[in-house]
Design a protein around this ligand. Structure first.
Ligand code: AMP
Ligand code: MG
Length: 486
């Protein structure tokens, strides 16, 4: 059984409405995340019972749960929308997991709420399975993320461009407080509520900062955001919709819509069909994170200083400092990816040099990094990946090798480190698409399960994992798009 303790409901009245899920006639559990269930303190056999299909579909309310739709605002593609809110989600409540961490349990696709506007409140099976898969992949890569506990097939169609099987996702997150939650309160000029929300968020996600000036909260979030985006960049992950309503104050990745992992290295890579101008392209993510941080900083102004001008000065300093936090976080990710433990001044330029070589060589991002382990041991697998120009790589390699020599560590150890930081398997778009199509159109969960298995340890090189490690055929990557809001 889950023991709910709903602090958001208790402490933040005014930031939500109570909600009811829509009844589903024949909900069936499609996928259950047993290891996550265990983390939450649930017995695996308990979960398989028909009762849980009712809870996970929203048909029944688990004891202690108080379903709410959270209010939030947000900047969507740069434009402010003063009211968004959970239009197809319900927060069931919070539980303390086995390590004592407070986790939100949320249903997504559970039916309309007062925040639905023109939406139907529903979700299709494919995108919910995508969220499940991506969350697990990110988690196994060691990147902070929300995760899926269950996917329930509703047995009812949802109507998008065509009729698709409907589903409800149960999502577990450190919380669902977003930059947009602060924007919602700030736009209403509700100072007492702003203070309550900030204090609540600090107590929940930055407890070491209680009783400290709010500027430290801004700084701490800035550092967490820098760290998160640096990890995305290191993994070749493109979130796809970095709107401020999709940016969690906890520092977790959330809202997997049209997200994707990059194949060949390209800073302009964009996969979302709605991101026509490339606002959220791979290479723009750090700058967008800073832009989002600025929107967050604006909401905090009244808490930073009574004097408006001084508040703006303080906030501006922190937003500017994000660039340094990001640079540090990125450099640390890059050093690991290059097999470097010592720090040298030229390391950033060394990392940039490899990226330039990849760009010129049209190399697969994941495999090029991975092949460095082999190169460190004298292997030649790297060269085959540079299908375009190889001159930049040839010029770069001796630099890196000289740098490795200055590490003063045995080659075998460096190679092993490189294999621990550069994954062999990522969720490649064409494989994700195949898995979701089989599940959604043919009811065949085989490809999904096998892909999920291959992603369980993305750093392990095995015969089973081999087919999942290969780049997509080029024609596929050129046309690849994922669709949002389905
Ligand atoms: P997203 O782009 O998925 O982060 O969603 C942005 C906003 O649109 C949020 O307020 C969602 O709750 C809402 N929304 C997205 N899809 C639907 C839907 N099918 N029905 C109702 N609201 C939706
Ligand atoms: Mg969202």
């Amino acid at each position: 059984m889950l023991t709910f303790d709903n602090s958001y409901v208790r402490e933040l009245e005014g930031l939500y409405v109570f909600g009811c899920a829509e009844r589903k006639v024949a909900p069936k559990i499609s996928r259950l995340n047993r290891s996550l269930a265990e983390e939450l303190g649930l017995a695996p056999d308990e979960l398989g019972s028909p009762e849980w299909a009712q809870y996970f579909s929203g048909n029944a309310v688990a004891p202690g749960s108080q379903p709410i739709a959270q209010a939030y605002a947000g900047h969507q593609f740069g434009n402010f929308v003063p009211q968004l809110g959970d239009g197809r989600a319900l927060l069931l409540g919070e539980v303390l997991d086995r390590s004592g961490h407070r986790r939100d349990i949320q249903l997504k696709g559970s039916g309309p709420t007062i925040f639905s506007r023109n939406g139907d409140g529903k979700a299709a099976l494919g995108p919910m399975l995508r969220e499940y898969l991506m969350g697990e992949a990110m988690r196994n890569l060691g990147i902070a993320t929300s995760r899926a506990l269950a996917v329930v097939a509703t047995g009812e169609p949802v109507y998008r461009e065509t009729a698709l099987p409907g589903a409800v996702l149960t999502r577990v997150a450190a919380s669902h407080i977003r930059i947009g939650t602060f924007e919602y309160v700030a736009a209403r000029g509700d100072f007492p509520m702003l203070k309550r929300l900030a204090d609540y968020t600090i107590a929940r996600h930055y407890p070491e900062l209680q009783e400290r000036p709010y500027i430290e909260f801004l700084r701490a979030f800035s550092m967490r955001l820098a760290e998160l985006v640096a990890q995305w960049m290191g993994a070749g992950f493109i979130h796809g919709v970095m709107n401020t309503d999709n940016m969690a104050l906890s520092g977790e990745t959330m809202d997997y819509g049209p997200c994707a992992f990059m194949e060949h290295y390209d800073p302009l890579a964009v996969f979302s069909s709605i991101d026509r101008r490339g606002r959220y392209a791979y290479g723009n993510q750090p700058a967008i994170a800073q832009w989002n941080l600025a929107r967050f900083a604006e909401t905090l102004l009244p808490l930073l200083d009574e004097d408006g001008e001084r508040a703006v000065g303080l906030a501006t300093q922190e937003v500017d400092a994000f660039a340094d936090h990001y640079r540090d976080a990125w450099l640390s990710v890059m050093r690991q990816k290059l097999g470097l433990k010592r720090e040298e001044k030229e390391d950033a330029s060394l990392a940039d040099g490899f990226l330039e070589a990849m760009l010129a060589g049209e190399a697969d991002f994941t495999l090029a990094w991975r092949a460095l382990a082999d190169t460190a041991e004298g292997g030649e697998s790297l060269f085959g990946l540079f299908v375009g120009n190889r001159e930049t790589l040839d010029a770069w390699l001796p630099r890196w090798q000289a740098r490795l020599a200055r590490e003063g560590r045995p080659t075998g150890g460096i190679a092993a480190d490189l294999r621990r930081t550069n994954p062999f398997v990522i969720p490649r778009n064409y494989l994700v698409e195949q898995a979701l199509e089989a599940a959604s159109l043919q009811g065949d969960m085989g490809p999904f399960d096998r892909l999920l298995d291959a992603l369980a340890d993305p750093y392990a090189e095995s015969c089973d994992a081999l087919p999942y490690s290969r780049p997509a055929p080029r024609e596929h990557t050129a046309r690849y798009q994922t669709f949002c809001g389905t």
